[in-house]
Design a protein around this ligand. Structure first.
Ligand SMILES: [Zn+2]
Length: 165
């Protein structure tokens, strides 16, 4: 209707959209420092375990499904009865890409590197980096992978994966 803003252009929505733009611009900025994950809050147990080279995954008590990323409510059945279990760290490649030009200056010295979506054994899908050198020559959809641990700072260890041939 003429003179009336579309439903999504009320003040609250515009502020939300501007915030999204801000975040996108933030990501596009050439940063010299590598971004670090937020290791507090809901996922604190997961990150603490990684620091001691343990790969945990949430399991729902109600439907028994594995949940990744950490949440307070099961995305399958809405139960809040969730606990952590140690995971084998095994999975298979769902999809992957090799980065040749990075938008973040701090990764410039590491190109080319491979990022993959990994289907975890037992359920759940996560994104991570595939490491240990020859992965770009051997990786394919369905390749078996296993977790390894990359200590980024004193407080942050990232779960990376390697081709488990
Ligand atoms: Zn559930």
């Amino acid at each position: 209707m003429k003179g009336q803003l579309p439903f999504w252009k009320n003040e609250r929505q515009i502020s939300k959209i501007n915030n999204m733009n801000y975040k996108v611009m933030g990501c596009m900025k050439m940063s010299k420092e590598k971004p670090l994950p937020n290791t507090k809050g809901i996922s604190e147990v997961y990150w603490e375990a990684l620091n001691s080279h343990q790969f945990l995954i949430q399991v729902c008590e109600n439907c028994q499904k594995q949940i990744f990323y950490p949440r307070v409510v099961c995305p399958f059945c809405s139960s809040s009865d969730i606990h952590y279990e140690e995971h084998s760290g095994k999975g298979t490649i769902y999809s992957y890409t090799t980065i040749h030009r990075t938008g973040n200056e701090s990764f410039k010295s590491e190109v080319p590197y491979t990022i993959a979506l990994i289907d975890l054994e037992g359920g759940g899908r996560m994104m991570s980096r595939i490491v240990r050198g020859q992965e770009r020559l051997t990786i394919t959809i369905g390749s078996p992978v296993k977790v390894c641990y990359e200590e980024i700072t004193d407080d942050v260890t990232l779960p990376y994966f390697y081709i488990d041939a």
